[in-house]
Design a protein around this ligand. Structure first.
Ligand code: GLC
Length: 608
């Protein structure tokens, strides 16, 4: 199958968040399953010379964007079974930051048109165009008509993945024809129209053949205004084609046995090296050298939806426990400042590093004992998965993918990979940290057992890639490969949004200012049994009613009880030749892309 994967950021080339990690590893897993996968992304200024040196110039053409005619160059690079296409236009992409410009709508509309038009110039016939987040939301919309214009797209079907519904690409209605080149028939309630504006994510949800999001629990939560940021009705309307598929991580990259960033390597079978990592971490951030006190760590953007209001409220209670704490990240001033203050009051026991540092984040994943991630909302979350891989047990709120990935400790059966709490309540967070630190301090055997289970849980991409392939096969009608073959996809469930009968919904904290504003009356069908959630009111506390989506048979817990030595079968396959064949035009070849000059650091903490 030919799969074109479009993303505004792709690791290791350019990254600001978890989307880049997914776009960096899922396509490789699809390629390993035997498919012809191309990944297309903008050629940003921030892409380093090291990568540019490996690129080949392929072609150039002009992209029509409403009344504009814009140069579009395509460079390619082959790596780990995948061909990457870089879309070049210095006017749009030669800028210090990849997002946050006044004309982001125009920049990503240009990129979306480039996604549509590049295949014909590369003689590539995609069966699936897989788009991600609002920056590529116009692709499935353009495809509605362009599959009849371009022979290369005649058989293309679209999949759109929501990594975070908070960012939707909402613009004034005038952009429709002036910027996006669409006629006003697209301005309707089952497409782009949204309270008088144009909403790209809404359009993509209606236009795509299939929608996925990055965990089954987040797919379920998106039926509620508290989580859906005004699109609950749209999600509910389209729920028969929406499904949550859990993200994976690259188990070879995040591997404490081989990670060169650790003071000493260790494995699930021999965790001795973790003590050296802990001592090194204590030294690096100025915590007291004490091998017996548990270190609680946060590596995150310091913003409210990551649950930092609860963390601030909990600080004094946490200081009363026999723990040390380290926080790494940047974000809102009020959190940064509070953590700095707290460090000055609790020298040796509390460390705040208000910065980006890939090296320190690795040292923390390796050297800490408890990883605190109390997110108010979390579509999937990768940090808690990385922490588990390094034997740092997570304490999480049961939101989105955190609920799907962390199995709470059961003191009777010994099952579990971490500690969880339900509601957006400071005392629940404190209680969960206390449960974790008590177990660490008073029951070393049980702690070691949990570490082993966390470190050997399978978070590789193989299974999720199989689920994506199942969807691709269903929407394209291309038959599945032979049963039993390595590339055989998992079957697609009939019911797509998992019903979570066992999922109590959170109650808002007394001080919660985290609830998304949803003031405007919805003009789309409303989510089941759920009203808009004003800022001070709780998220839905009731289970959904009769017309809820049918229960999924599949419960996406991915924790293995019987660990195996290598977990996900993602062994690197023999590398193919490292150069993509590319035709160079005799004339008009633009200069090779240049090195970046300066660029504000993309988030390097491995955080989302
Ligand atoms: C976004 C989400 C995060 C998810 C990531 C990758 O950054 O906030 O939860 O893990 O995308 O899908």
């Amino acid at each position: 199958m030919n799969i074109l994967f479009a993303s505004s950021e792709v690791a290791p080339f350019i990254k600001t968040g978890g989307l880049a990690d997914v776009a960096g590893s899922l396509p490789q897993a699809l390629a390993r399953a035997g498919h012809d996968v191309k990944v297309i992304l903008p050629l940003y200024e921030g892409i380093r010379q090291e990568w540019r040196d490996q690129m080949t110039f392929c072609c150039w053409f002009n992209v029509t964007l409403a009344w504009r005619s814009c140069y579009c160059g395509v460079f390619s690079l082959y790596k780990d079974g995948v061909t990457y296409w870089f879309v070049d236009n210095e006017y749009y992409f030669k800028r210090a930051d990849i997002y946050g410009h006044y004309d982001d709508g125009e920049r990503f509309a240009f990129f979306s048109r480039a996604v549509i038009e590049t295949p014909q110039h590369m003689n590539y016939y995609p069966n699936v165009i897989h788009c991600n987040d609002w920056q590529t939301a116009l692709v499935p919309i353009y495809l509605l008509e362009d599959r009849y214009r371009y022979p290369t797209l005649a058989n293309a079907r679209s999949v759109f993945t929501i990594h975070n519904i908070e960012y939707q690409g909402r613009y004034g209605a005038h952009v429709l024809s002036d910027l996006f080149g669409l006629d006003k028939s697209y301005f309707n309630e089952k497409m782009l129209a949204y309270h008088g504006d144009v909403n790209l994510m809404k359009g993509a949800i209606y236009a795509s053949d299939f929608i996925t999001t990055v965990s089954p629990n987040y797919a379920y939560e998106l039926q509620y205004d508290f989580y859906a940021h005004g699109l609950a009705g749209v999600v509910t309307d389209c729920r028969s084609k929406i499904r949550g598929i859990l993200n994976g991580i690259d188990m070879d990259v995040f591997n404490p046995e081989t990670d060169p960033g650790l003071a000493q390597n260790f494995s699930a079978y021999d965790t001795a090296g973790k003590a050296a990592c802990k001592a090194a971490l204590q030294q690096a951030v100025g915590l007291n050298q004490d091998p017996d006190v548990p270190i609680v760590a946060c590596v995150s953007r310091l913003v409210s939806h990551k649950g930092f209001d609860m963390v601030l409220n909990a600080l004094n209670d946490l200081a009363g426990m026999n723990i040390q704490m380290v926080v790494l990240g940047t974000g809102d001033w009020k959190y940064e400042e509070a953590f700095r203050q707290f460090e000055s009051q609790h020298q040796g026991r509390f460390a705040a590093r208000i910065m980006y540092s890939a090296a320190l984040s690795t040292a923390i994943y390796g050297g800490a004992d408890i990883f605190l991630m109390p997110s108010v909302s979390e579509p999937c979350g990768l940090s808690q998965i990385i922490a588990m891989r390094y034997g740092t047990l997570p304490v999480v709120r049961e939101a989105g993918g955190l609920k799907d990935t962390v199995q709470p400790y059961n003191e009777f059966t010994g099952e579990g990979t971490g500690f969880t709490f339900t509601n957006i309540e400071t005392w629940e967070l404190v209680d969960a940290v206390r449960r974790a630190s008590d177990l660490y301090t008073y029951n070393k055997g049980a702690w070691q057992h949990l570490m082993f289970q966390a470190m050997t849980a399978d978070f590789g991409w193989s299974r999720s890639a199989g689920e994506y392939l199942g969807i691709y096969h269903d929407i394209t009608g291309i038959p599945r490969p032979n049963p039993g073959s390595e590339s055989e996809p998992q079957p697609v469930e009939e019911a797509v949004i998992a019903d979570s009968q066992d999922q109590p919904q959170p109650q808002a904290q007394e001080t919660a200012d985290q609830a998304p504003a949803a003031e405007e009356a919805s003009d789309v069908p409303s989510a089941p049994a759920q009203e808009s959630v004003p800022a001070e009111v709780s998220a839905p506390a009731e289970e959904p009613k009769a017309e809820e989506p049918a229960p999924s048979e599949e419960k996406p817990k991915r924790v293995r009880k019987a660990p195996a030595k290598k977990s996900d079968g993602q062994k690197a396959e023999a590398k193919k030749p490292a150069k993509a064949a590319a035709k160079k035009p005799a004339a008009k070849k633009p200069a090779a892309p240049k090195a970046r000059t300066t660029r504000k650091s993309a988030k390097a903490n491995g955080e989302e």
